[in-house]
Design a protein around this ligand. Structure first.
Ligand code: ADP
Length: 748
C-alpha cells in the first residue's frame, strides 16, 4: 500500500517535472493500444480458420468504431469540464494573487512602522537571543540590525527603578542604561508574545526614552526638598529669632510692670505704660509672625480633644471684656441650648480664631458692642460661631482682600488702628485646616458679622448631658431693665428657659410696668446709671422677690442699693444666671457674696516656696526674683545649668530641698534639658524626693515641649511670663504640697 502510494507520488512528480516526455509516452501508449487492437482484429478475421462472416465483421467494425466515438465524445466532454474548472481556478488564483499582494503590502507597512518607531522594540527568544530589533533600538545600541539579531546583546544597567506587574502579566520598570550616546532613562514594558503552537513564546520589550521627564522630575523633587529644607530653616530661624527677641522683651514688659507697681509721678506712669504697651504690641506681632510661619511650613497640627463649648466662649468673652469695657463697649455671648455640651476638636486653635475675630470687632467698634453667638450650622455636626459688631464695617471691594496676608481694608485703617493684617489670614488658614469656612457680611458704617462654620463632632459620652440644670421659668414673668446687645441675648436665654420676659430700656417705663403683675425677678443693668438702677431696685421691692443688679467688673466694688437681692457680673455666664434665678433669696439683704460661678483664688501658703531659678539672662533673673519675692516665695538664682545642678545637689544633701526649679532651656555650659536629666538621674539613683521642674522658655515649638517632657520636666511656662500664670502654677504646686503634708500627718 505504502509502496504503491510512493510509486504514484513519484510518477506524479515525474509528470509535473517532465510534461512533454509524459505526453509523448502517453500518446505512444494510446496509439500502440489502438493500432494493436485494430490490427489484431483485422488480421484475426482474415485468417483461414476465422470463419469470416462479412456481417459479423461489419457489426464488429461498427462496434469498434462506435466504441472509439464514445471514447472521443467522453474525452471531449471531460476536456470541456476541465477547461471550465481551469477558468474558475484561474479566476480564483488571480483573486488570491491580489490578496497575497495586499497582505505583503500590509506586512511591509507594519514592518516599516515597527522599525521606524521612536520607542525601542526588541524581541527575544526563550534563550534571550534577539529575533527582532527596530531602528530605534539599533540606533541606541549603535549597531546594525544584522549584527544584533541572533545575539544576546543588552545594555549595561546603571540604575534600576521600581518594578510593577500589570494584571495582564506585563512588567513595567524604569532603568538607567549606558549607551554610546550617554546614559539614558528608559521606561520598559515587557511581556510574552505567543506564536503558533509548536513555537515557543518570545519576550517583547518596548522601551520609551524618558530621560528628559525623569531628569525634570528629579530636578523638581530636588527643588521641593530644597524648598522644604528652606521652609524648615525659615521656621527654625523664626523660632530662634522670636526666642531671641522674646527674651529681652520679657525683660521690658516685666520690668515695665514692676516699675508701674512703684510710686511714680503721673508723667513717669505714662512713660512706663507706653513702654509696657509697646512691648506687648511687639510681642503680639512676633507671635503672629511665628504662627504664620508655622502654618506656612505645614506645621499646624490640630488636636482632637473634648472640650466644653460654653466654657470656651465664656473664656473668650471674659478675656476680652476688660478691653471692650475700657472702650465703653458691650460684649456678650450666647450659646444655643440645642448644641452639645462637649465637642471634640482643637479648643486652643478655635479660641485663637475667635479671639482674633472678637478682638478685631472691639478694635473697629467705637459705640455699641460685640456679640458672640454660637448656633448649630447648616450641616449635621457643624457649629456656627458668629462674631457680630456695630463697628465701622468693611467696604464690599475690600471684603475678600482682607483675608490675604498683610492686607487691610484701607490705609486709613492702618494709620488709625495699627495692626499687621495677618490675623484674618491666620484665622482663615486654621479654619480651613479644621475643614470649615469663614464668611463675612458687612456694610460700611453698619457693622460686620464674621461667621466661622466648622465641623465639630459630639464628644463621646456627652449625649444627654447638660452644663448646668436650666431653671424652669415657665409661667414666670421677668422684667429686664437694660439696653444693648447683652440685654437682648439675656432676654433670648430667659425665653428659652420658659420665662415671660419683658425687656425695657427706659427706667420710667419699667417703674410703670412693675405694679402690673407679680414678677419672679427683676434684672436691672447699672449701665443705665447708678441712680436710675437704684431707683428701679427700690420700686421693685414690693413687686419682685428677686432683684438683681447687673454690674461690670469695674463697678463691682462700688456700692449699690440694699434693695437688690444680688448682683451678676457682665458678661453674664449662663450658669451664674441660672443659679441666681433658681435661688429663693432672703428679701432684705443685698447679697455681696462672690459670684457662685467664680472660684475663689488659690493662695500660696504663708511661708512661701523655696524656688531655684536657673536663668542666664541677668534682667530676666532680676525680674523672676522680684516677681516671686512679691508673691511671697524664697528665690535662689543660678546663672547656668551647671550652677543650678550644684545648687540643687547642695540643697538636697543639706536636707532642705527646693520645692520647685524654674529652668531656662537655653543656657551656657549646661542647658536646661541636660541639667534636668541629671537631676532626675540623681533622684532615681538616690531614691530622693522628686523636685518639680518647670521649663521656662520662649521657645514655643512642639518639638521643644516634647524635649522638655522627655527630659523629665513637669510643665512649661512660656516667656514673657504672665504673672497670673506663674501665680496659678505656684498655687497648684503649693496646694499639692499642702495635700502631701496633710497625708503624711494622717499616716500611722
Ligand atoms: P489687623 O487687624 O492686624 O489689621 P486682620 O487680618 O485681623 O489684621 O484684619 C485685616 C483687616 O480687616 C483690618 O485691618 C481691617 O481693615 C479689616 N477688619 C477686620 N475685622 C474687622 C471688623 N470687625 N470691622 C471692620 N474691619 C475689620
Amino acid at each position: 500500500m505504502d509502496r504503491t502510494f510512493r510509486i504514484k507520488v513519484r510518477m506524479r512528480r515525474f509528470r509535473r517535472r517532465h510534461p512533454k516526455i509524459a505526453f509523448a509516452i502517453r500518446s505512444f501508449m494510446i496509439f500502440s493500444a489502438t493500432f494493436g487492437g485494430a490490427y489484431g482484429f483485422v488480421t484475426g478475421s482474415r485468417s483461414e480458420n476465422s470463419g469470416y462472416d462479412p456481417n459479423a465483421f461489419a457489426i464488429g467494425a461498427s462496434f469498434l468504431f462506435a466504441l472509439a466515438c464514445l471514447g472521443l465524445a467522453t474525452l471531449s466532454m471531460r476536456l470541456r469540464f476541465v477547461a471550465k474548472r481551469m477558468r474558475k481556478l484561474a479566476a480564483h488564483n488571480e483573486a488570491l494573487i491580489d490578496r497575497n499582494w495586499e497582505l505583503k503590502e500590509a506586512e511591509e507597512r507594519a514592518r516599516s512602522l515597527f522599525e521606524s518607531q521612536g520607542d525601542l522594540i526588541v524581541l527575544r527568544d526563550h534563550q534571550g537571543r534577539i529575533t527582532f530589533a527596530n531602528d530605534a533600538y539599533c540606533a541606541l545600541a549603535g549597531q546594525a540590525r544584522s549584527a544584533l539579531v541572533g545575539t544576546r546583546f543588552d545594555f549595561d544597567v546603571l540604575e534600576q527603578g521600581d518594578s510593577a506587574r500589570e494584571a495582564s502579566g506585563t512588567r513595567i520598570h524604569d532603568q538607567k542604561i549606558s549607551t554610546p550616546l550617554g546614559a539614558r532613562w528608559i521606561a520598559w514594558r515587557e511581556g510574552l508574545v505567543r506564536h503558533d503552537a509548536g513555537r515557543p513564546a518570545e519576550l517583547q520589550s518596548v522601551g520609551r526614552d524618558v530621560t528628559d521627564r525623569t531628569e525634570t522630575e528629579r530636578a523638581l523633587s530636588d527643588a521641593r526638598d530644597q524648598a522644604d529644607a528652606a521652609n524648615r530653616a525659615k521656621s527654625r530661624f523664626l523660632a530662634m529669632a522670636s526666642h531671641e527677641i522674646r527674651t529681652p522683651l520679657n525683660g521690658i514688659i516685666g520690668m515695665g510692670g514692676l516699675l508701674l507697681d512703684t510710686t511714680l509721678t503721673p508723667e513717669q506712669t505714662t512713660y512706663a505704660r507706653a513702654v509696657k504697651t509697646s512691648g506687648e504690641a511687639l510681642m503680639t506681632l512676633i507671635e503672629e509672625l511665628l504662627d504664620y510661619s508655622k502654618i506656612e511650613a505645614g506645621k499646624l497640627d490640630l488636636e482632637q480633644r473634648p472640650f466644653a463649648l460654653s466654657t470656651l466662649i465664656e473664656e473668650v468673652t471674659e478675656l476680652l471684656a476688660p478691653r471692650a469695657q475700657a472702650k465703653k463697649l458691650e460684649i456678650a455671648a450666647y450659646v444655643d441650648e440645642r448644641l452639645p455640651l462637649e465637642v471634640t476638636g482643637d479648643a486652643a486653635r478655635l479660641r485663637q480664631v475667635l479671639l482674633n475675630l472678637a478682638g478685631n470687632a472691639i478694635k473697629f467698634t467705637s459705640s455699641g458692642g460685640v456679640a458672640l453667638i454660637v448656633e448649630p450650622g447648616i450641616w449635621p455636626n457643624e457649629i456656627s460661631f458668629l462674631v457680630r459688631d456695630t463697628g465701622i464695617g468693611i467696604a464690599p471691594e475690600a471684603q475678600s482682600r482682607i483675608f490675604r496676608e498683610f492686607e487691610q481694608a484701607d490705609d486709613r485703617v492702618a494709620r488709625t488702628y495699627g495692626g499687621t493684617g495677618l490675623g484674618l489670614a491666620i484665622s482663615e488658614r486654621i479654619v480651613k485646616r479644621m475643614g470649615g469656612r469663614i464668611t463675612l457680611e458687612s456694610a460700611p458704617g453698619k457693622g460686620s458679622t464674621f461667621e466661622v462654620a466648622i465641623p465639630l463632632a459630639l464628644s463621646q459620652g456627652d449625649a444627654g448631658r447638660t452644663a448646668f440644670p436650666s431653671p424652669d421659668l415657665s409661667g414666670k414673668s421677668i422684667l429686664l431693665v437694660a439696653d444693648g446687645i447683652e440685654a437682648s441675648l439675656i432676654a433670648r436665654r430667659l425665653e428659652r428657659w420658659g420665662g415671660q420676659t419683658c425687656l425695657v430700656a427706659d427706667a420710667a417705663v419699667a417703674e410703670a410696668l412693675l405694679p402690673e403683675r407679680s414678677w419672679h425677678a427683676v434684672l436691672v443693668d447699672r449701665a443705665l446709671g447708678a441712680a436710675v438702677a437704684d431707683r428701679v431696685g427700690e420700686a421693685a421691692r414690693a413687686h419682685a422677690t428677686q432683684r438683681l443688679v447687673l454690674l461690670t467688673p469695674s463697678s463691682r466694688h462700688e456700692k449699690f442699693s440694699a434693695d437688690f437681692t444680688g448682683f451678676l457680673v457682665k458678661p453674664l455666664r449662663a450658669a451664674s444666671l441660672a443659679a441666681r434665678l433658681a435661688l429663693t433669696p432672703e428679701v432684705a439683704s443685698p447679697d455681696l457674696a462672690p459670684d457662685p460661678a467664680e472660684p475663689a483664688p488659690v493662695r500660696a501658703p504663708a511661708g512661701g516656696l523655696s524656688i531655684l531659678v536657673a536663668e542666664d539672662n541677668e534682667i530676666n533673673a532680676l525680674l523672676m526674683r522680684s516677681l516671686l519675692t512679691k508673691l511671697g516665695h524664697r528665690v535662689v538664682i543660678a546663672v547656668h545649668g551647671e550652677a543650678a545642678l550644684e545648687s540643687w545637689l547642695a540643697a538636697s544633701s543639706a536636707g532642705t530641698p527646693y520645692d520647685l526649679v524654674l529652668m531656662d532651656i537655653q543656657m551656657p555650659q549646661l542647658d536646661g534639658i541636660e541639667a534636668t536629666k541629671r537631676i532626675r538621674a540623681h533622684e532615681a539613683a538616690t531614691g530622693s524626693q522628686h523636685t518639680p521642674v518647670l521649663a521656662l522658655t520662649a521657645n514655643t515649638l512642639v518639638e521643644d515641649r516634647y524635649a522638655c517632657f522627655e527630659a523629665g520636666m513637669n510643665g512649661f511656662l512660656i516667656k514673657p511670663l504672665d504673672r497670673e500664670k506663674l501665680d496659678e502654677a505656684l498655687a497648684v504646686l503649693a496646694a499639692a504640697r499642702q495635700l502631701a503634708v496633710e497625708r503624711q500627718a494622717t499616716l500611722p
